[in-house]
Design a protein around this ligand. Structure first.
Ligand code: PEP
Ligand code: MG
Length: 588
């Protein structure tokens, strides 16, 4: 949506608002930090001859600034838990000192009489073209480093204060990141950098980028379209993630109002903490299992703070992102073990690698023109049997330290399920032959997130120990809506009768087969849908930890016999407006 105050960009300190899609609720107040990616267009302009040396000095200053940044970063990682990053920082420092970076762009400025950004871009294109011809895999992989160094220099040239990869500082806590787009891999780095919020010009409501923002419990707005052009570095902004509104340069009255709201929300959150150890059950005494979704082992603190009964979805692919080498079996085993042990006997469901679509491995190529329909998740793993085997072995080894389960994402065919099950058996046989211990009864479940699997469920349910409904993808594939494309975000509808009917069918089939079924998509953490899902028979919910206590509060105030007639009417409703009214009534 366009900015209401588009003209405001010229006159500074003018208050204006922008509207987008709020994907993570709450209010943040802070200073804008513009995030530049290499995808950002670089300005190209000519400079007169007498300005060449001034432009070269500008370039030198940027290189010097990056050098200082990297040295500071090298120093800080050396003494931190992230010491394994030190070699990467050193590679960046070496690249920066190479004439290809420190000299060549200066020559281009002189020869072409162009601005420093353009000279750097030209040099980068030249360098990356050469990478295509390199046979040596190690050297080829250095292309990412070259890009990252160029990106740092570009940011320094733009006068931005710092990049994502920088050491966190105290001030980050009041900084709001303004970006054209952010990948899930970018956002996962926010754990190290406590930004107050982020806003982007692109993105959809259930993209993985949005999901991680929710799991970090920081306000976020996507699809603002012009924030990168209209908002300037350091401007004071308010982000209202619940309403999807950004207020730039608010006046004192507006600021005071939002500070008040921020405090009220904080008090609400404090109050909810009292529910942490209350058993989750409806008013009529039906127990409900509230589990957490995690991306990395470091999420465990939030899981414990929310009092989750287990982990219903460990998105293991995040262990594989933002790095050049994939984690080997031992590294994965340690990660899974730390989570399984940390949960002290409570169940931990580890989803096998769901890579592809909007979650790419570093340097990985996208699959075909429609990556969401391509070689993603279990399809990718079956095409890479060694990688799959490594992961299965690591999960199985971790299973002896507690209660682990394996979850297979994106099942669509019988053959896939059989191959996946055979791969699990093969990994077990290998471990047995090697004398490694594991839980021989580790449950294997399937994600139901493709309509084909939901419709032909009896075929799958026989072979699976449990089901987990991935509503994010189930909606994407049922309604043919790319979940990361803001142009179709308005069509993304969890209350679409087709979606409700599929979910109700899965829950019913699972009950008949006496197999547990959970919902682990975003619907599970949406309090507005808790009663509906309970009324449909759902007893296992898995969500990001920040949603768990609000959902628990809703469970505790729900009487299943009372809601049953209304839920039955909702499931039969064929008028979308009436359906929405009925859901509102259910929540009243
Ligand atoms: C889902 O699709 O609902 C789900 C939980 O998996 P992801 O969001 O990681 O695709
Ligand atoms: Mg999914």
């Amino acid at each position: 949506m366009a900015a209401d105050g588009a003209a405001a960009s010229a006159a500074r300190n003018v208050c204006f608002t922008m509207h987008g899609i709020g994907v993570s609720g709450g209010i943040a107040i802070g200073h804008a930090h513009l995030f530049l990616g290499m995808s950002t267009e670089v300005d190209h302009y000519q400079i007169p001859s007498h300005e060449v040396s001034r432009e070269q000095r500008r370039f030198d200053r940027a290189v010097k600034e990056v050098r200082e940044e990297l040295k500071g970063l090298a120093e800080s990682v050396r003494h931190s838990a992230a010491s394994e990053l030190a070699p990467f920082v050193n590679v960046h420092l070496m690249l920066l000192e190479d004439a290809a970076f420190s000299e060549a762009p200066r020559e281009i400025i002189a020869e072409e009489k162009c601005n420093a950004e353009w000279a750097l871009r030209t040099q980068l294109d030249e360098l990356t073209a050469q990478f295509g011809d390199i046979q040596d895999e190690y050297l080829r992989e250095r292309e990412t480093d070259v890009r990252q160094v160029a990106e740092r220099i570009l940011t320094a040239l733009a006068g931005s204060k710092r990049l994502l990869a920088m050491r966190p500082t105290r001030e980050d806590a009041d900084m709001i990141l303004v970006a054209r787009d952010l990948s899930p891999a970018d956002v996962i780095l926010f754990r190290e950098h406590p930004f107050a919020a982020f806003v982007t010009d692109m993105g959809g409501a259930t993209s993985h980028t949005a999901i991680i923002a929710r799991s970090l419990a920081i306000p976020a707005i996507v699809a603002l379209h012009h924030s990168r052009t209209l908002i300037r570095e350091d401007e004071l902004i308010i982000v209202d993630g619940t309403q999807g509104v950004v207020i730039v340069n608010p006046d004192r009255a507006v600021l005071a109002e939002y500070r008040l709201r921020q405090n009220q929300a904080r008090l609400e959150r404090e109050k909810l903490k009292r529910l942490k150890s209350a058993p989750a059950a409806t008013l009529d005494g039906t127990p409900v299992h509230l589990y957490a979704n995690i991306e990395l082992p470091s999420d465990l603190d939030a899981v414990k703070a929310a009092g989750a009964a287990g982990i219903g979805l460990f998105r293991s692919e995040f262990l594989f992102m933002n790095r050049r080498e994939l984690p080997d079996e031992d590294e994965q085993y340690e990660a899974y073990r730390s989570v399984v042990e940390g949960m002290k006997g409570r169940p931990v469901t580890i989803r096998t690698l769901d890579i592809g679509a909007d979650k790419a491995l570093d340097g990985g190529e996208g699959s075909a023109e429609n990556p969401a329909l391509g070689l993603r998740a279990i399809r990718y793993c079956l095409a890479e049997p060694r990688l799959f085997n490594t992961q299965l072995r690591a999960i199985l080894r971790a299973s002896r330290h507690g209660k682990a389960a394996i979850l297979i994402p994106m099942l669509s065919s019988w053959a896939e399920l059989n191959q996946a099950a055979a791969a699990v058996e093969r990994a077990k046989e290998e471990l047995k032959a090697e004398g490694e211990k594991f839980d021989p009864f580790v449950p294997v479940g399937g994600m139901i997130e493709i309509p084909a699997a939901a419709i032909a469920l009896p075929m799958f349910v026989r072979k699976l120990d449990f089901l987990s409904i991935g509503t994010n993808d189930l909606i994407q594939y049922t309604l043919a809506i790319d979940r990361s494309d803001d142009a179709v975000a308005h069509l993304y509808d969890p209350l679409h009768p087709a979606v409700l009917s599929l979910i109700a069918g899965v829950i019913r089939t699972a009950q008949q087969a006496e197999k547990p079924a959970a919902v682990c998509g975003e619907m599970a953490g949406d309090v507005a849908l808790t009663r509906l899902l309970l009324g449909m028979g759902l007893r296992h919910f898995s969500m990001h930890p920040a949603s768990l206590l609000p959902v628990k509060q809703r469970v505790l105030t729900t009487s299943l016999p009372d809601i049953a007639p209304l839920v039955a009417r909702i499931l039969k409703a064929d008028d979308p407006e009436k359906l929405v009214t009925l859901v509102e009534k259910l929540n009243a």
